[in-house]
Structure formats: structure tokens, C-alpha cells
Ligand binder design. Structure first.
Ligand SMILES: Nc1ncnc2c1ncn2[C@@H]1O[C@H](COP(=O)(O)OP(=O)(O)OP(=O)(O)O)[C@@H](O)[C@H]1O
Length: 589
């Protein structure tokens, strides 16, 4: 591992946002639409200074007058200056759209994010409400609200916001659902972050781009609805509005077509500019869409019959059973597994694919996939009984007492944040360190796991570092809280052969230096021989053999264990072989 692996230049988050803005204004459609929207906002804000006349000032000599030097757009049917009314109408239109958007955002986004993130009954309930809202006839609701509130325009526009909220709900829900299933969310949870913090730090940044796009489009829709209502005569008569001007123009369309043309033109151009702005942004912003992986499941309450005894073990689980619901009934995939790891001991859990290794450690971590449920007679972590604890209490052990190193390093890091941020955040929120202290611990941890160029890695985004480096970063994060138990689920499987040896060596060093118990899930007996004190062999969801490593190799009790050992040693490199490969590679370099 060297700093050379960090060849790509680092690009801070702000720079990326700035580059989207630059690309947006470089496209002709982006530049023109933005210029129009900014101009309308400018006119609305400065209406009292820009309007040449009072918008309600009646000059009978100016009735239906054509454009002139004194009245650039002419006069309306009451002799009021059309330009002044259009300028003030911009203000009414923008304020109305703002009320709608703020309401729709405030209702739709939190509900959508919570629904997608937490799922379950909350999701079903909120989705039902959202579908119901979409099914109601909006115009009738608006007319009822208008008559019931004596045309209170603020309330009417807020009602439009509620009717538009399902659009925001759907976008926020689907984005949160996608992000929720990313491994880095589980990794954040395992590092001890709370749900609100994960939502704010990891989910909302993914939601904001599609929401901005939706807002541009919804603002146009809100203006259209507002004009439609004003066209029907809903609104305050002495407040100039584009919709009311259109209604008046419509009545005199044949005799004085300009009366209809001006308000239609400004409304049409504004809505079109917002629509173009939204679609240009949508083209530029790449919204992450990743296939769902796994979600945290509700573990069944333990059928804990064991007394609340304390043990001196780092972890002990008795009679673990894991099952998944299927149409034909529950399918049990782990059948009564019991194991115990002493403080400072390294236990390997080995077995072929599908033997139940990951399900066993996920049960200990309370991270079973959706649909999975586990029962056990007792679970103790750090000697303390865990059965009977709430999920929240169990979650507090993650990142403090238990560290977790996942299989795929890259997908367990949030691509939107720098490595430094992802290491510092749990230290600040879980371990209550100050920013400076957290940064210095993160730097020290990175140096400890063998990262040469700590400063650059702190500033780098996950895609700018290699897989081996990402795994070192995750190891640094897992040990930062000084856990007494470290669980590593095939931590080297996704890495190059040469890097695998280095990462194993690092794990071994850290384990003995920090005196942690280590549970290492692997399918490779070479890894077991290299690092473990004791090994549990699993097959078809059950333990078939438990022994110390020396005995397992010298006198395996089961034919299955013998097969696994010979398959591992035939097909894959032991660490010594890996070391030899690595040494040769270094000599050549
Ligand atoms: N989400 C799920 N739904 C249903 N069954 C599952 C699910 N996840 C795992 N299983 C089943 O549980 C059993 C044990 O899987 P587990 O992931 O623990 O295997 P493993 O030994 O860790 O394998 P690998 O080395 O491939 O990760 C398998 O039969 C698998 O099909």
C-alpha cells in the first residue's frame, strides 16, 4: 500500500457542487432559464421601486389605451397601468408559489425520507395517505377551501402544497429506500451513529438533488394552478395578479388582444423557464440508483430462558436459530448454533458458501437482512447479558464495544463524503470528541493501519483510493472506538491476493496490540491457520466441529473439515504463499 495508489486529485464536496453549477450555466438552456427566473425574482422583490405607477391607480384616460411612452404596455379596462400591475403581479405569483413549495416540502420530504428509511408499517401507512391524496379531486378541494376561508390566498396556496406533497413524498421515499439499502448505511449504524444522524448525514444529501429538480417543476405547476384560481375570480380583488389580469384580458380578447397577451406571456415564459431549469438540472445531476442490498431486520425477541448470568467471555451465544419467512412457511437457515469467544481470542468461523457463517455474526450484531428473524437462549457480549435489551440499547454497543469489518470495503463507504469526514463523524457523535480531537484520533488511526499519506487520504473520496486502502480505512474506523470484540466478515475476499496478506497481517497485529477478541468469518483454511486460535466449522447452518487450530489441522474430526482443508490449501494461497508473492512483487518494484 503506498501513497501512489492515491493518484487521483482530491475534489472537495463544495468543488463538486460548484462544478454542477458551472456546467448548468454553461448550457444555453440552463443559462437562459436561470436568467429569466432571477429576473422575475428581482422584479418581484423590487416591485415598489420598479413599478412606474401605483398598480391600483385609475386613470380613465388610459382605459384600454395602447402602449405609449407614458404607459409602456398600455392601460387595462379600468385605466390602470398594465406594466405596473404585471410587476406587482410577479410578487403575488412568487409569494403564492413559495407558500405552496414550502408546504409541499415540509409535508412530503420528511414523510418520504422516514417512510423509505424505516419501512414497515410507517411506510405502508404513509404510502396509503400519499396515494389517497393523489386520488382526491384537487380542484374541488381548492374550491371548498376557497369558499370556507373567504378566499384566503395563503391557505389556498398551502392546500395546493399539500396536494403537491405526494410528488415530493414519492421522490424522497424511493431515494431514501435506495440509500437505506447501501452497505455504507449499515456500516454507519455499526459504527454507532443514531438513525437521525444517519438520515441527516447520509440520506438527506442523496435526496436534495432530485428534490431541487422537483421544486423547479412544482413551482411552475403552483404558478399555473394559482393563475387558474385567480382566473376563476378566487383571490383579493385589489391585489394585482397575473391570473386575474388574464381573466380580464380573456373577456376583451377580440377587442383588445394585448390585455390577454401580456399576462399570458409573462406567466408562460416563467413556467417554461422553471420547467427547462428543472429538466436541465436533472440531466446534469446524476442521482444514485443502486440495487437494493440488505436492510436491518427486526430480530425476534430472544426466547431467553437463561438467567442473567455474567460470563468472562468476549461473546457467547447459546442455541441461535435464524429463519426467513417464505410463502411455504418459515425456513430455518441456522439451527441451534452455540459458540463462545474468550477475551483476546481469535475465533475463525469457517465453512462453504451458504453454511450460515454470516447469518451467525449478523445475529450477534443485530444486523439480519429484511425478513430474517433470530431466536437464542442467551447472548452475552463483553460478559454482559444482551437478551432482554432493546434494539436501541444493543445499537449502543456498536462502534463502542463491538467493531465490525465488512466484506466489501468500497460499498461500505459513503461515496459523497471524504474519508476524513467518515472517520471523524462517529468519533464526534458516538464518542463525544471535539472536532480537533476526533481529527487527530482519525489521523493517528490511519497512520496505525499503515496509510502513508494520511493528509491526502483524509481529504480523499472513496473512489479515489484503492480497495486495500478502503479496507484499511474501515479497519481504522472499526478500532477507533477501542472495541473489546472485533467481528470481521471475510475481510479480505474482495481484495487482491497481495493486499489480502497485508490486511491479515494488520488485523493480527492490531488484535494482539489492543487485546481484542476477534471473530473472523472466512471460507479459507489458509487464513485460519495463519491467524486463528480456535476454529468453528459450519455446514448447512450447524456447527460440525470446534477445535483449536493445531488439532483441526493435525487431526480433523470430520470428513467435511478434511475436505475443506484440502480444498482451501489446493485452491488458494496460504498467507505464507501470499507473503512470498508480495515479497517477490516488492523486489521487482
Ligand atoms: N436474505 C435472505 N433470505 C433468505 N435466505 C437467506 C438470506 N440470506 C441468507 N440466506 C440463507 O441463509 C443461509 C446461510 O447464509 P449465509 O450468508 O450465512 O452463508 P455464508 O456461510 O456466510 O456464505 P458466504 O460465504 O457465501 O457468505 C443460506 O442458505 C442462504 O441462502
Amino acid at each position: 500500500m503506498s501513497a501512489a495508489a492515491l493518484s487521483v486529485e482530491t475534489e472537495p464536496r463544495e468543488t463538486r457542487r460548484a462544478s454542477i453549477f458551472r456546467r448548468f450555466v454553461r448550457t444555453p438552456s440552463g443559462l437562459v432559464s436561470l436568467a429569466i427566473v432571477v429576473a422575475i425574482v428581482f422584479v418581484a422583490v423590487l416591485a415598489p421601486w420598479l413599478a412606474p405607477y401605483d398598480p391600483n391607480f385609475v386613470d380613465l384616460a388610459n382605459t384600454k389605451a395602447p402602449p405609449s411612452a407614458a404607459h409602456l404596455l398600455g392601460g387595462d379596462t379600468s385605466g390602470r397601468d398594465i406594466l405596473s400591475r404585471l410587476i406587482w403581479g410577479a410578487r403575488t405569483t412568487l409569494v403564492g408559489a413559495l407558500v405552496t413549495i414550502v408546504t409541499a416540502l415540509a409535508v412530503g420530504v420528511p414523510a418520504g425520507v422516514a417512510s423509505g428509511y424505516f419501512g414497515g408499517r410507517l411506510d405502508r401507512g404513509s404510502s396509503w395517505v400519499s396515494d389517497a391524496l393523489q386520488a382526491v379531486p384537487g380542484m374541488i378541494i381548492l374550491l371548498v377551501v376557497a369558499s370556507g376561508t373567504r378566499s384566503n390566498f395563503g391557505l389556498i396556496m398551502a392546500t395546493v402544497g399539500i396536494l403537491l406533497a405526494p410528488g415530493y413524498f414519492r421522490i424522497a421515499r424511493s431515494t431514501a429506500l435506495t440509500i437505506r439499502n447501501e452497505p455504507f448505511i449499515d456500516a454507519a449504524w455499526v459504527s454507532g451513529l443514531t438513525h437521525p444522524r444517519i438520515i441527516v448525514r447520509h440520506v438527506l444529501p442523496g435526496v436534495y438533488a432530485p428534490i431541487i429538480i422537483q421544486t423547479a417543476l412544482a413551482a411552475g405547476i403552483a404558478m399555473g394552478i394559482q393563475a387558474g384560481l385567480q382566473f376563476l375570480g378566487i383571490g383579493v380583488a385589489n391585489v394585482p395578479s397575473w391570473g386575474a389580469m388574464m381573466a380580464e384580458g380573456f373577456r376583451y380578447m377580440l377587442a383588445s388582444p394585448l390585455l390577454l397577451l401580456w399576462p399570458s406571456l409573462v406567466l408562460g415564459v416563467t413556467i417554461a423557464a422553471l420547467a427547462v431549469m428543472g429538466s436541465t438540472l436533472a440531466d446534469l445531476v446524476r442521482v444514485r440508483t443502486v440495487a437494493p442490498r440488505r436492510t436491518v431486520a427486526q430480530a425476534n425477541a430472544a426466547t431467553a430462558s437463561a438467567a442473567a448470568l455474567e460470563y468472562s467471555s468476549a461473546v457467547r451465544i447459546d442455541n441461535l436459530k435464524v429463519s426467513y419467512g417464505a410463502e411455504t412457511g418459515d425456513i430455518e437457515v441456522v439451527h441451534g448454533v452455540s459458540l463462545e469467544v474468550a477475551p483476546g481470542e481469535v475465533l475463525g468461523i469457517v465453512g462453504e458458501s451458504g453454511s450460515g457463517k454470516s447469518q451467525t455474526v449478523f445475529s450477534i450484531l443485530d444486523l439480519l437482512p429484511a425478513g430474517g428473524a433470530c431466536t437464542f437462549d442467551g447472548l452475552w457480549i463483553g460478559g454482559k447479558p444482551i437478551h432482554g435489551m432493546t434494539r436501541r440499547e444493543r445499537a449502543r454497543l456498536l462502534g463502542t464495544q463491538i467493531g465490525y469489518i465488512p466484506q466489501e470495503p468500497m460499498s461500505n463507504l459513503d461515496p459523497s463524503y471524504t474519508i476524513g469526514h467518515q472517520l471523524v463523524e462517529p468519533l464526534r457523535s458516538v464518542h463525544r470528541k471535539s472536532r480537533t480531537e476526533a481529527r487527530s484520533i482519525a489521523r493517528a488511526m490511519l497512520a496505525r493501519v499503515g496509510i502513508a499519506d494520511v493528509d491526502r487520504v483524509m481529504r480523499a473520496y472513496p473512489h479515489q483510493i484503492s480497495g486495500g486502502m478502503a479496507q484499511r480505512v474501515l479497519i481504522a474506523g472499526a478500532i477507533a472506538g477501542r472495541p473489546s470484540l472485533l467481528i470481521a466478515d471475510e475481510p479480505t475476499t474482495a481484495l487482491d491476493v497481495t493486499v489480502q496478506a497485508e490486511v491479515l497481517e494488520l488485523l493480527r497485529e492490531l488484535q494482539s496490540e489492543l487485546g481484542m477478541a476477534l471473530v473472523l468469518v472466512t471460507h479459507n483454511f489458509g487464513v485460519v491457520a495463519d491467524i486463528c486460535d480456535r476454529v468453528v466449522v459450519m455446514r448447512n447452518g450447524a456447527i460440525v466441529e470446534v477445535n483449536d487450530v493445531r488439532s483441526v489441522f493435525s487431526a480433523p474430526q470430520q470428513g467435511y473439515t478434511r475436505e475443506l482443508i484440502s480444498a482451501s490449501l489446493d485452491n488458494s494461497e496460504t498467507r505464507r504463499e501470499l507473503d512470498a508473492i508480495h515479497a517477490a512483487a516488492s523486489r521487482e518494484a
